[in-house]
Design a protein around this ligand. Structure first.
Ligand SMILES: [Mn+2]
Length: 354
């Protein structure tokens, strides 16, 4: 797969171009991106449903040569439309969820809240199945699937589909939260439950490596200590090790050690230092810096493992019509390009990408 020779990677992107100013041609692209503007279970602060469109706009000012991964653009990065009207489903689900959020969760004595949460769960299963269909089709055709959320409930179907095709699949999960809650506010498919749901609904998933965790419930902490699939790196532990003189390179090697040959990356932007994502739904102080996160990705893509696909969730902006409200999307667009570049680096022939 390659672009026409006439394409100039240094030319300014036009407003009508696809992601990163590249032709939006899924037939010719190695990385296929599905936008999933979905956020009904966002419990604190909304705006991540604007994430995919804001990221897409911000990609137009990303330089296409990447000093770490080479020239990912040569392999093509194109959007694929969902077969569902996700915006309409999201509007419906958010309207249903609003009363639940206002009540602080589902009160079992209030039948209307129980019914609303059940309907949100059913809509969430439609999203899960559509994301699984897309991911499975990408993998079956030798492409790299990339899911852009939306809240962090979005990529459940992706990890189900990827694990079905790669039994034992490892998950690299970057997040401030463990996302191991058994439902949250009464929503089974909550952003706070994604890893619990992955472990429950994708039993073929192997080791799950979690990085940057700094906001845990008591039960989540207990599960981290008891579930043999989970390899969690609390941000406090990482900070302590760095303060005591361990290097990030040493820590990165230890972090990645449990991962098998095939890896899915699930990246919640709130895992990063919140100066990089101030508008995300549930920001928490601390977390890896930009450089640390990119080093970890580089260590992974240099390790001989294959990144089979990835998702990027929880990038949010407040006002999609305000061009100055773009910082989080700028970070998200650059992270999307880095993720694509590192995934390609593990799959493309070494003569093309070093
Ligand atoms: Mn999170």
């Amino acid at each position: 797969m390659s672009l026409p020779d006439a394409f100039d990677p240094d030319a300014p992107a036009g407003a009508l171009d696809g992601l990163f100013g590249l032709p939006d041609d899924p037939e010719q692209a190695a990385v296929l991106v599905m936008s999933v503007p979905w956020e009904p279970t966002t419990s604190y602060r909304q705006g991540t449903a604007h994430g995919p469109a804001a990221i897409a706009r911000a990609t137009l000012q990303v330089d296409l040569h990447d000093v770490e991964t080479g020239d990912p653009w040569r392999h093509g990065i194109a959007r694929v439309e969902a077969q569902l009207d996700i915006e309409a489903l999201n509007a419906r689900a958010c309207a249903l969820a609003e009363a639940v959020h206002l009540a602080g969760g589902v009160d079992p004595a209030r039948a209307e809240l129980v019914a609303a949460a059940a309907e949100v769960d059913a809509l969430s299963e439609q999203i899960r199945d559509e994301v699984a269909r897309f991911t499975g089709a990408c993998l079956d055709h030798g492409r790299i699937p990339a899911i852009v959320g939306g809240d962090h409930s979005v990529p459940l179907g992706a990890m189900i589909a990827a694990a079905a095709r790669h039994p034992g699949l490892g998950i690299l999960h970057i997040d401030a939260h463990a996302d191991l809650r058994v439902a949250y506010e009464g929503f089974r498919y909550s952003h706070a439950s994604i890893l619990h749901n992955v472990l429950e609904q994708a039993p073929q998933v192997g080791p799950v490596v979690q990085v940057g965790l700094r906001d845990l419930s008591t039960r989540e902490r207990a599960r981290l200590q008891s579930d043999p699939k989970l390899h969690a790196w609390l941000d406090a532990e990482l900070g302590l090790a760095l303060a005591q003189g361990q290097t990030w390179a040493e820590l990165s090697a230890q972090i990645l050690a449990p991962l098998p040959d095939k890896v899915w990356i699930t990246f919640d932007i709130d895992g990063l230092d919140p100066s990089l994502c101030p508008r995300t739904g549930t920001p928490v102080p601390g977390g890896p810096s930009w450089r640390e996160a990119l080093f970890l990705l580089r260590a992974l893509s240099s390790s001989g493992r294959t990144i089979v696909g990835f998702d990027l969730c929880e990038v949010a902006i407040d006002d999609p019509d305000d061009p100055t409200d773009a910082w989080d999307a700028i970070v998200g667009a650059r992270l999307l390009y880095k993720l694509a570049g590192h995934a390609l680096r593990t799959q493309a022939s070494s003569t093309e990408i070093r």
